[in-house]
Design a protein around this ligand. Structure first.
Ligand code: ZN
Length: 229
């Protein structure tokens, strides 16, 4: 049997893990995980780009008249400024996903501020837009992040469902998200893979091939996060 102190510590660890990673937790920083359900619409979001494969995502979205939100890393926006700008020019919303895809867990406020400020600059310079949305890499928030978000006018965005497109085949990704489709849902996918150059995103593209027509067939529109909030 666990002693009282040990079980207390376990509960505290559980609460902390939820606060740090739980998509619906606002314990460490204010964030949203779904939009208004008043319209039959979902918000597709793509993290870790821009990448060499982002134009293929843009093509698929355009084919379905879908707008989406791209949480870009500053390092990738600087590496591929033309792609970063093409995303914005196609009518999609840009969000901040830190400069280097840093895990903010256990980090100082100074570190978080540096990562977020650098990404704001990199994205603004590459794409000509300054994000008002922020998604923490790995969904991991930490103490002090809320104040940093406020200082930069950023709304934290988590998700209703995550595709796990970095590990699952496309069909499984599409099934996961289709199961979670409700008006106002925010879906998390990836047009990059953390810090990698020229990442393999075939499962993401395969998932989109199935997901876009399936959701459209159920009468869903595809809006940006700001539009759906
Ligand atoms: Zn990420």
């Amino acid at each position: 049997m666990l002693g009282v102190a040990a079980s207390g510590a376990l509960i505290a660890a559980g609460v902390l893990a939820y606060g740090v990673r739980g998509p619906r937790s606002t314990l460490l920083a204010p964030s949203v995980w779904r939009g208004r359900g008043s319209r039959r619409a979902v918000a597709l979001t793509f993290d870790d780009g821009p990448s060499e494969s982002t134009p293929r995502v843009l093509e698929l979205l355009a084919r379905h008249g879908a707008r989406a939100t791209f949480f870009q890393c500053g390092m990738h926006a600087r590496r591929l400024p033309g792609v970063a700008r093409a995303v914005a020019d196609a009518g999609h919303e840009l969000g901040n996903h830190t400069e280097t895809h840093a895990a903010l867990y256990l980090r100082s406020v100074r570190f978080m501020r540096r990562e977020i400020a650098a990404a704001q600059e990199s994205i603004a310079e590459a794409a000509g837009r300054r994000p008002v949305l922020f998604r923490a890499p790995y969904g991991a928030r930490w103490f002090g992040l809320g104040a940093v978000q406020r200082a930069y006018g950023l709304t934290g965005v988590m998700w209703t469902a995550i595709g796990r497109d970095w590990v699952l085949p496309g069909a499984a990704v599409a099934r996961r998200l289709l199961r979670s489709a409700v008006p106002g849902a925010i879906f998390c996918l990836h047009d990059g893979r953390d810090q990698r150059r020229n990442p393999e995103i075939a499962p993401t593209l395969d998932a989109l091939h199935q997901l876009l027509p399936a959701l459209a067939g159920e009468g869903y529109e595809f809006l940006t996060v700001s539009e759906i909030l």
